[in-house]
Design a protein around this ligand. Structure first.
Ligand code: SAH
Length: 528
């Protein structure tokens, strides 16, 4: 019988390089989701107001001298005054990555970043080094299973934060010179100039120069003097048929903007009723209500609003200024409401399975990234690949059972749940990831890939041997630090409400092999 622990992992000491220090500084802060992921979401249905062009714009007119909570809020209000309410995705994009002062692009104070005790949230690689080490081992197991290619391996990370995960991955792969020597280049997709610099300092050293080219920013890694290239989107990374890309996305997809919709029953008007040539048939007999999707839009809150008047949910802290913006439901179809809910059979089915009141979140950027990963691994009509190779590992939070996320937008600030519409640019925004949607986009984009999972992070990490590795680390660390190591890894696999083992999921995109070989961590064993 196959052991649950991959062969290569049974002797953890053999695999892992020297332990580095424990990451106890972040142990007492809460993960990105807070203690209960479902407790503080903005309830689109209970909070939104129906938008009508006249009331929405009058609010703004009365509001010329209004004091906005951030410079970005002021810019957004000015834009909405010109264009009318904007899609939630546009609002999220501006709040997270706008040049005017997005959350990842310069808005937060200079003396802190997004992570750890002083920041807003803490992520798995910042909690325990074992997390990144096991991802390094996962790539190693794929490299072994796919024939130990001696050149052409690319490591790609999207949304690398402080660079901690990539550092742990690289340190681990260094213990396997044959794989380490197969790596040509490391690509980092990062929107934040500050985090890009933090990553460079960690992976290349503070003194290492960074140069700019047409593709992006370049430096040389402290491991094996590998070239590292930073780009702002994955589209800037070249695709070549003989490359073997190993891609990791940890807590990246949850930061991509979503469009949100609600299904409404619309009484058929005369113009919408099927035209009848039979004049004797009264129109009331031929008109039946139709189901139509309405997009949720963002518009300013009325001047003088308070948390009380806006009914900020009890699960969100009221220590922020009252939200500058609110969700409104469009009164008619928008460009996006006509095509995004039609873009997948899963979405289309909601009309019959749920009916009026159905909610839907769609993340077009997630589809783009998933399709891109799939094309790099499996080839596509635009980028044919003679032999699929490489792998992508996506770790994030979202339903693991194929359900489509709804009401999942959250605001997070200093480890607390806040309104996602308070202090735009200073508030982190995140949403649940539609893993089934990612799987669908990947397999649609390339015939050369297959998808495994999602599986719960706790299962993935335990199958990867987290317990064995952490025990080795804890022993080496001594009694007191050992306890911190223990607490940290247990939190990553804890299936309870405060833990990260169940709400976080892992999904793998691999070269197509008819489902014959399951990857390690997803039920498969190591193939050497
Ligand atoms: N993976 C890291 C960081 C997660 S936070 C960790 O687990 O610790 C999200 C990361 O994605 C940050 O590095 C942020 O700057 C980056 N990011 C967010 N939106 C992005 C976008 N649209 N394009 C590129 N990077 C983005």
């Amino acid at each position: 019988m196959k052991s649950a622990v991959p062969r290569a992992l049974r002797n953890a000491r053999r695999i892992f390089p020297r332990a580095s220090s424990t990451r106890s500084s972040s142990l007492s802060s809460s993960p990105r989701l807070g203690n209960n992921r479902l407790s503080g979401t903005t309830t689109l249905t209970s909070q939104h107001r129906n938008f009508s062009a006249t009331t929405g714009l009058r609010d703004i007119d009365e509001d010329k001298d209004r004091k906005w909570s951030t410079p970005l809020a002021k810019q957004l209000a000015a834009a909405i005054e010109l264009t009318g309410p904007i899609p939630l995705a546009s609002f999220m994009r501006m709040c997270l990555t706008s040049d005017i002062g997005g959350y990842y692009t310069g808005a937060i104070e200079k003396d802190r970043d997004q992570f750890g005790l002083k920041g807003d949230f803490v992520t798995s690689p910042e909690i325990s080094q074992v997390f990144g080490e096991l991802i390094g081992v996962w790539f190693l197991t794929e490299w072994l299973a796919q024939g130990r290619q001696s050149r052409g391996v690319e490591l790609v990370e999207v949304g690398p934060g402080r660079g901690t995960l990539m550092d742990d991955v690289l340190r681990t792969i260094q213990s396997f010179p044959a794989m380490a020597n197969s790596i040509d280049v490391i690509y980092m997709v990062e929107a934040s100039p500050e985090l890009r610099m933090a990553q460079k300092n960690l992976l290349c050293g503070e003194d290492a120069p960074m140069t700019e080219s047409k593709v992006g920013y370049h430096s040389v890694c402290k491991y094996n003097a590998l070239p590292i290239v930073w780009t702002e989107t994955i589209k800037s990374i070249p695709i070549a048929p003989h490359k073997m890309p190993f891609i990791v996305a940890h807590e990246f997809f949850d930061a991509l903007p979503i469009h949100a919709f609600e299904l409404v029953s619309v009484p058929a008007s005369k113009s919408e009723a099927p035209s009848s040539t039979d004049n004797s048939s009264p129109s009331s007999k031929t008109t039946t209500p139709t189901l139509q999707w309405r997009e949720m839009l963002v518009s300013p809150t009325p001047p003088g609003s308070t948390h009380e008047s806006l009914k900020t949910p009890a699960t969100q802290s009221r220590e922020t200024p009252p939200p500058d913006f609110q969700l409104t439901r469009a009164t008619s179809s928008t460009r996006h409401s006509l095509y995004l809910p039609e873009s997948s059979p899963r979405f289309r089915a909601l009309k019959s399975t749920v009916g009026p009141g159905a909610l839907l979140e769609v993340c077009p950027d997630a589809s783009l990234y998933a399709s891109d990963f799939a094309a790099r691994i499996g080839g596509s009509p635009q980028h044919p690949k003679p032999k699929p190779s490489g792998a992508a590992l996506i770790l994030d939070y979202g339903p693991g059972d194929g359900t489509i996320p709804t009401n999942s937008l959250r605001g997070i600030r200093k480890h607390r749940r806040v309104s996602p519409f308070a202090e735009p640019g200073l508030t982190d925004l995140s949403v649940d990831v539609d893993f089934a949607g990612i799987a669908e986009s990947a397999t649609r984009a390339s015939e050369g890939v297959e998808v495994h999972g999602p599986v719960a992070q706790g299962d993935f990490l335990e199958l990867m041997g987290i317990r064995e590795r952490a025990e080795v680390l804890a022993k080496r660390a001594g009694e007191e630090k050992g306890r911190a190591v223990e607490k940290a890894w247990r939190r990553l696999v804890d299936r309870g409400p405060g833990g990260m083992g169940k709400v976080y999921q892992a999904l793998a995109i691999l070269p197509e092999n008819g489902g014959r070989r399951r990857p390690v961590g997803f039920g498969g064993d190591v193939v050497q």
